[in-house]
Design a protein around this ligand. Structure first.
Ligand code: CA
Length: 230
């Protein structure tokens, strides 16, 4: 159960979202412009904001920047544009996740839970160095630098471990390649191939392939996410 702000100017999409979220026992408020959204978040503490990119008053990227200026509430971008470059840019600019319209209620719920889990984990110190992270059958212990899959220890290189620990700390969240480079490789610029190579090594150790992923899912041109197998 979460308190949700829906920022959407399309009456039809808006009512559908409100209905579905309310049915899922979330508390929902909704506005149709970016400026109203700013006013709302300045006064009410929401758990998550669902932000439509095509708003009548402000460009989505601008709206996100202004929201980020006043709050660090998790923001899920809802976009009709299947524009990878823009999605990557928005993820780098502080969006927590995105959905491409039309999306299903199940899809939205999954994204929301992941984002909320991450936010609550961060507040509760779930990403503290001593915190052991569990995702499905995967266990990652950042302090002891140990990882196991289904109870069997994984033999990982330093970089593979860092990559796995970073992704496991944000299950279900798509991490942009640039963010991986910055956080795992501590580089502001680098070759995508570096990431791909390490991902493929890590995949092999997790006993999966890119063609039939279990934990590691690559979204071409966007990034990668780790989530429990379905
Ligand atoms: Ca719109």
């Amino acid at each position: 159960m979460a308190s949700v702000l829906v920022v959407e100017d399309d009456q039809f999409v808006r009512s559908a979202l409100i209905r579905h979220l309310t049915e899922a026992s979330h508390t929902v408020r909704s506005v149709g412009t970016a400026l109203e959204a700013l006013r709302e978040v300045a006064h009410i503490g929401f758990d998550v904001v669902i932000l439509d990119l095509g708003l009548p008053d402000l460009d989505g990227a601008e709206a996100l920047k202004m929201l980020r200026g006043v709050t660090d509430v998790p923001v899920i971008i809802a976009t009709a544009r299947d524009d990878e470059a823009e999605i990557v840019r928005l993820l780098n600019d502080g969006a927590d996740d995105y959905l491409t319209k039309p999306f299903s209620v199940e899809h939205l719920s999954a994204r929301m839970s992941a984002v909320l889990r991450r936010a609550r984990g961060a507040v509760a110190g779930g990403e503290a160095p001593s915190g052991v992270v569990r995702v499905g059958g995967l266990t990652v212990d950042p302090l002891r630098r140990r990882a196991a899959l289904d109870g069997v220890a994984l033999d990982l290189t330093r970089r593979e471990f860092d990559l796995l620990a970073f992704l496991a700390g944000r299950p279900g969240v798509v991490v942009a390649r640039r963010e991986l480079l910055a956080e795992v490789w501590q580089q502001s610029y680098g070759d995508d191939q570096t990431i791909d190579v390490h991902l493929s090594w890590l995949r092999r150790k997790l006993g999966e392939t890119a063609a039939s992923p279990r934990y590691l899912h690559t979204l071409r041109g966007v990034g990668v996410k780790l989530e429990p197998p379905r």
